[in-house]
Design a protein. Structure first.
Length: 209
């Protein structure tokens, strides 16, 4: 069983806009050392265990493709601390950075996803945020040894339990977006509707506003 509240509150979420750029920022601490988290994030055989299969040349200048999802190019890589890729298009940039926790046995992960503001503005946080929450959930369950050997991430993603997690995630991102002050209530409602249709289909929209 997933402790939904624990995993939702473990993630810090921010929506920012600077000039012509919108940023979605997530932070989470993992109970594993930096090298272990880095390896889980960059080894194809391990990525498929908690996210989905990945193909490509995983080095700077190489490209990658997540099965049934987005692909991109690896722009920067500094093991075991940070990497930067474009994701789903050249102007959509994702940077992951890792830092050791004060106890030396945990890892603080920061994910920064930036896109041009004209890609839909700050409302885009509700299009991508819950998906990133789900990825960080899978990573946590994996590095903390809570996934079975033959676990299927895609099967789990469609489970009733994860749909409930997605609902809580939409609530959390709605709160973060509202607190950012970057969107009107009409824009927020439209973004929530799109997010619900994608991540929690069949749910009542009014439950999220």
């Amino acid at each position: 069983m997933i402790d939904i509240l624990e995993h939702i509150t473990a993630i810090q979420r921010q929506v920012q806009q600077t000039g012509e750029e919108v940023r979605v920022v997530l932070r989470r601490t993992y109970q594993a050392e930096v090298e272990e988290v880095w390896d889980a994030l960059t080894d194809p055989d391990r990525i498929r265990r908690w996210l989905m299969p990945i193909t490509g040349e995983l080095k700077v200048g190489g490209s990658f493709q997540l099965e049934g999802n987005a692909g991109g190019e690896i722009l920067e890589c500094e093991p075991p601390q940070r990497f930067k890729v474009n994701f789903g298009g050249p102007a959509s940039l994702v940077e992951i950075s890792l830092n050791a926790g004060q106890d030396g046995e945990s890892t603080e992960l920061k994910m920064d996803h930036s896109v041009p503001a004209d890609f839909g503005g700050a409302s885009g946080a509700l299009y991508v945020g819950p998906g990133w929450d789900g990825a960080l959930l899978g990573l946590a369950l994996y590095v903390e040894g809570k996934l079975e050997e033959h676990h299927d991430p895609q099967e789990m993603a469609n489970s009733p339990e994860v749909i409930e997690f997605n609902k809580a995630s939409i609530h959390a991102w709605t709160k973060a977006l509202r607190e950012s002050g970057l969107v009107s209530e009409d824009e927020l409602r439209a973004a929530v509707e799109a997010s619900v249709n994608q991540f929690a289909p069949g749910s009542a929209l009014d439950d999220f506003i």
